[in-house]
Design a protein around this ligand. Sequence first.
Ligand SMILES: C[S@@+](CC[C@H](N)C(=O)[O-])C[C@H]1O[C@@H](n2cnc3c(N)ncnc32)[C@H](O)[C@@H]1O
Length: 290
Amino acid sequence: MAKKSDQKFIDYGERGKYSINNKLNDLTGKEWIKFTKSWFIHRPPRRKDDEILHPAKFPESLVEEFILFFTKENEFVFDPFSGTGSTLIASGNVKRNAVGIELNKKYFDICKKRIKTAAFENEISIYKASSLKAENIIHKKMGEKFEVDYTITSPPYWNQLERNSIRQSGRKKQGLDTKYSEEKDDIGNISSYEEFIEFQAKIFDEVYKLTKNFGYLTIITNNIYFESKLYPLAYDTATSLTKRGKYSWVLKDEKIWLQDDKPLIALGVNNAWVGNRHHQFCLIFRKEEK
Ligand SMILES: C[S@@+](CC[C@H](N)C(=O)[O-])C[C@H]1O[C@@H](n2cnc3c(N)ncnc32)[C@H](O)[C@@H]1O
């Protein structure tokens, strides 16, 4: 007969043991611990077809790992900057429901097509709108009581897309987009850094209002080098969201995505320091109302 303490676990063999008291996810203790390492290397497969049209898509395989940690099966994932829909596709792949918002009609259309083609069993939807009004939009579509279990997203890296000349010249030659859109609500078009930080935080106020208490938020972003100095965008994102009055997120941690498959570019050689930035920050926040 199994001992009393054994009865709290389901043994998944190689995967390890799953505790039936696990409040957050469907992982075994062994899988849980593995994910808590503060850095990871992820080499995504090459992007194909429609996916390359978006200038800053993140890989589904990476998002899936976060979703598996921060949700249980059939819970709801949100992405306020959906782009071509990586978060939504990743959610469907791992049997979660998902909802997204994207401002740019072209990316919204690609995302819609990808969702349709995938024909997931879970509920996956995308809306074309500005996330500055996310609470209103989502509550109108999903009902006033609707709550998000987890958000994972990557906002525009301020105006970097437009200004990053080395990367942009390659895309320009191929006739690919070098900015997200001309829309006035596109936060990637804000020229002042301080204003960008404020508008980005406003969107995460909206996410806060939609999130269940004790739900998590992951933001993938980076510090950026522009006009000979480093703008601490990742750090300012982290601190700005913790100072929003009643919509203040609690900053829990960072995980660093190491991109060791990117080529080194000769930047500032024989002249001055310019780094090859081959990592991204995955910032982890939680809504904690007592
Ligand atoms: C870094 S990209 C996200 C890429 C996405 N993770 C993917 O894998 O395709 C940021 C996206 O935010 C969108 N965006 C910018 N401002 C927005 C706003 N106010 N509301 C909704 N989407 C916005 C841009 O059009 C762009 O597609």
